[in-house]
Ligand binder design. Sequence first.
Ligand code: CP
Ligand code: NVA
Length: 304
Amino acid sequence: MKKRDLISVLDMKDDMPELIDLAIKLKSERGRHGAPLEGKTLAMIFEKPSTRTRISFGVAISELGGNPLYISSSELQMGRGETVEDTAKVMSSLVHGIMYRALDYKIMDEVGLHATVPVISGLDNLEHPCQALADMVTVKEKKGKLKGLKFVFLGDGNNVCNSLMYACAILGIDMVVACPAVRMPNAEIMLKASRIADENGCSISANVEPLEACRDADVLYTDTWISMGDTIPREDALRIFRKYQLNSELLSVAKKDCIAMHCLPAHRGEEITAEVIDGPQSVVFDQAENRLHAQKAILYKLLK
Ligand code: CP
Ligand code: NVA
């Protein structure tokens, strides 16, 4: 059987609703999974720091009966010139899956190409698919549905935004990207997401006016203004993104029961105010916990 990777949200195009429901089911069965992944080892390579992704994948594979193997990229021979192809082939003969947080999406794709075991992205500079899955689990739990919702992403059109555009398009959610014109998301991804949205009766649109964008929203989402590896000077970021801060003014024009989301780590006073992230409409810690349940659904589907 051909191995299956999860490098882009598009790799879940046909079964994202099923994965969301599986994550919710596994959440309700925590502690009673048995050991469906007994004897399976998941290698986890990190080229950038991580709190949530690292811990949730480690706990997820352990609670499913498998073994986590954490590898810092600086300790691999790849850093001394061993090719990506050789590394991927060798690892495929030793472990059952590779979770990779990469600096460069091209290396991610190369690992996917040469590995004969599933490769799961734990974020690269283009996407963060596992985050998008956990976020949609959270939205479904909080709203009881996905189709027809209005979802607004505020701030930098980054990797998280790209994955959320695909996720919303696949799930029938209307998404508005409220980013400054100079920091709109990846144009190719936006076009592809819009085509998928067309097929699913929803839309992906852009609006540089945040107040207008947030009107009647069901979900307001933001992420850091300076992603890992981003070279934008801090003072430029603070100036460009200021009016896109997720604050009580923007929340006040959204629906009364609108939820505020952030993938974390957050910078209070920058992309989100303390009042909002620590307030009653915030679901950010549910999102963080749901990383665990979403990773379990992914591991179950890809490694079982
Ligand atoms: N949201 C997220 O991926 O967090 P980490 O960088 O801590 O893994
Ligand atoms: N956009 C952020 C997400 C961190 C989880 C980054 O890439 O740093």
